[in-house]
Write a protein that binds this ligand. Sequence first.
Ligand SMILES: [Cu+2]
Length: 373
Amino acid sequence: MRTPNRLLITALAAATVVAAMPSVATVACASGTEVIQTFPTAGPAVSQWRFCHEIVRIPDAGGAEVQSQTLVIREAEFRPGALATPIRAVGEVRMAEIFVPYHEGAPRFHDMTDYAFDLQALTATECPATRLDGDRVCKEIVDRGLAWRDPYFALARRGEKLVLWSLINAANYDYLMRYEFFDDGTMEVRAASTGRKLGGPDDTRGHLHNFAWRVDLDVAGASGDTATLAGVRIGASVRDADRTIEREGGFRWESKAFTHLEVEDATAENGRGRHVGYTLAPAREGVAKLPESWMKYPMWVTRNRPGELRARDVATYAADRERVDGEDIVLWFIDSHNHEDDMRDEDREVVPLSYLGFRLEPHNIWDTTPFYP
Ligand SMILES: [Cu+2]
């Protein structure tokens, strides 16, 4: 039976208390600019994101930070309740490469490491919200629709998110880097391309836009993290097919297996005694397996080594197959958008944005459904 007057819960005090958390530094950003955002934005605060952002240049092959600029998110912590201990989710996340090979084999542009492209100052039209860091970072707080609805009780909740995005101009193309911080602890990482085709409106040559992110997940701190290649084997019944990742390397993404990458901390637990983690959940159109060694796999796991910041070198970083279970690890994720040959006319003057990327989903960060009373 439906209750006619369903409530929308806008604020509640049911705080999740997280036990056995290692202490997390409460200092302001070691680098960059700090953002603190509590949710809900109206009424008593329940959850909270706290992170730093900075615009840096990608290093060249020799390690000098002289190539294109990227928006980096650092030291991202999520607090799942008013009285809960904040949990470090991300040490650092950045877009590390934009690789654009044309279908006929050439050209093959590495927009982040063959050039020194800059993030652009955004106008008030492009970013009608808060503009930061020389107007190059847009900060918006937006409604994210229905978060959940209880079919048995008159309970439902709409969610909110903080969105931070920047735009890099790479000659005829502009690329968006977008980081979304949900009130429930999810972080959504997105890229999109817009702009003009290389040879003008009549150019219909197909090409791929491959975006590669470096995700230093530091769940409950940098140490003691273990990654699992999570998936299923589907037959008459469906079986879990999870595998602990013991050594560095590249990993296939299988549409039939629902492949995810889970990272779990060895010691930190939620109030139910379950290990806290974050899951990298892809939102894919397809996988572009190209001849370059780093494009052989769409996902990689490596040890976190200072200076290992270039996605195009990830096969080299992983070549010695160091152990990664229980270490400070980095996930590399590559997602691809295909602009097909004989391109559609909707892309004629300026190619409209279409987003791709992944989510970082909280895994036992809360003790129960976020914001459930
Ligand atoms: Cu394109």
